[in-house]
Design a protein around this ligand. Structure first.
Ligand SMILES: Cc1ncc(COP(=O)(O)O)c(C=O)c1O
Length: 423
């Protein structure tokens, strides 16, 4: 194919040959950096909880694109809001407000109650970076001395950028990128003595996921969360909740903190807020938010009008369709079915755990990759958080019929493994 100056473009010629999943997969391996262990299936389209590959096969999605599609893929409400917005204005620049940005910020404040101000970013990690900066600035100004330490938890995951990675207490994710940022300490989840011995007079914030997602679906105890909040109040430490994965109905309430009976000082959300569009947000109260003044923080694309319009559609969809209720109901059903399998295959299954529709099955042997491969062959899209653990994170619009297909698949598949995990 010739371009406008008459040169033959190598890339265009190559892409014109791409016809099916196999071709795209091979070209992908050639041209994209090798940061993910990619599956050989390539999806051409998707609707709600279903995906179709280039060969026309239909799959059920139990991953929601890493938790970004709680309202389902290509949700009609999101598509229609996007179409309307992109034909008007996409990126007015952050020197100006945009209508969708203001609408979305207002909705997030009214839905959380504690939230009085919002900062929009493009992604989860970028929003975490902003939350770290906000907490450090607030504390250092208030105490008129360096008060910059952030305490997070072992097995947490807060993102891949340097601030977020410094808070991500997983050696395998951090070790090749040292030195990390100074001022990060780690404690053991659900162990109040561990956190008490880690905070000091330099601690400005504790950063926690209500349910650790990438770290293996580890649920924070309710009592521990309350004790943590009391400790924060006693020592004037900010409690930052990372609800990037747990937010928007995932755990059976709109935000996971609602079931913990505590209020965060700062909350970070992203993933499903955009219904598939990139967005992140920091939500905080009036006093803490004041630390961000013009020139202290920013993001060119943060709060892009199209992503915010999608966000408004997502939140309205939740309300109209009572999606949180479905998440709760189907979550209880899936957990019950997984528990039956845990009992039936006690030789193989170590534990089933989670909250709402954020569930995991941990095995005694490293069988997760094999199960994912077999899942794809059976048109089920699954995801693992370790070689031992499969995570279930379906779009919240999923129904019992789809769940039954997953359970039947797991039952059949586990039957085929011996107690050493050999198929
Ligand atoms: C709890 C949590 N925090 C932060 C992030 C980082 O978000 P992003 O990938 O949008 O940067 C993730 C992503 O998986 C996450 O699950």
């Amino acid at each position: 194919m010739k371009n406008s100056i008459g040169k033959t473009s190598q890339n265009n010629d190559d892409s014109s040959k791409i016809k099916n999943s196999k071709d795209i997969y091979e070209e992908g391996l050639k041209y994209l950096m090798n940061t993910y262990s990619r599956q050989a299936v390539v999806f051409e389209k998707a609707k709600m909880q279903y995906l179709w590959d280039f060969e026309g096969n239909k799959y059920i999605d139990f991953t929601s694109g890493y938790g970004c599609l709680n309202v389902g893929h290509t949700n009609s409400a999101v598509i229609s809001a996007l179409k309307k917005q992109v034909s008007k204005i996409i990126q007015p620049s952050n020197i100006y407000f945009s209508l969708p940005q203001v609408e979305l910020a207002k909705l997030l404040c009214s839905l959380t109650g504690f939230g009085k101000k919002v900062f929009f970013a493009n992604s989860g990690a970028e929003a975490i970076e902003g939350a770290i900066k906000l907490a450090r600035k607030y504390s250092t100004e208030k105490y008129e001395k360096e008060r910059y330490e952030i305490v997070s938890f072992y097995n947490s995951f807060h993102g891949r950028t340097f601030g977020a990675l410094s808070a991500t207490a997983q050696t395998k994710k951090q070790s090749l990128f040292e030195p990390l940022l100074k001022g990060f300490k780690y404690a053991t989840l659900n162990d109040i003595e561990s956190i008490k011995s880690t905070v000091n007079d330099k601690t400005c914030a504790i950063l926690i996921e209500p349910v650790q997602g990438e770290g293996g679906i580890n649920v924070t105890d309710k009592i521990f969360m309350k004790e943590l909040k009391s400790l924060c109040i006693e020592k004037d430490i900010l409690l930052i909740l990372d609800e990037i994965q747990t937010g928007f109905g995932r755990t059976g309430t709109l935000f996971a903190y609602e079931s913990y009976d505590i209020i965060p000082d700062i909350m970070v959300v992203a993933k499903s807020l955009g219904g598939g569009m990139p967005i992140g947000a920091i939500i905080s109260n009036e006093y803490i938010s004041k630390s961000f003044a013009p020139g202290t923080h920013g993001s060119t694309f943060g709060g892009n009008a199209a992503s915010c319009a999608a966000g408004v559609a997502v939140l309205n969809y939740f309300k109209e369709k009572n999606l949180v209720e479905n998440s709760k109901e189907i979550g209880v059903y899936l957990l019950k079915e997984l528990k039956k399998l845990e009992k039936k295959y006690a030789d193989l299954v170590k534990e089933v755990r989670g909250m709402g529709l954020m569930l995991a099955m941990e095995f005694k042997n490293p069988v997760a990759s094999e199960i994912i491969k077999l899942g794809l062959e059976n048109f089920l899209v699954l995801n693992k958080v370790s070689d031992f653990t499969i995570r279930f994170l379906p779009p919240l619009v999923i129904n019992k019929k789809d769940i039954n297909k997953l359970v039947a698949f797991l039952d059949k598949t586990l039957k085929g493994f011996d107690k050493n995990g050999k198929n």
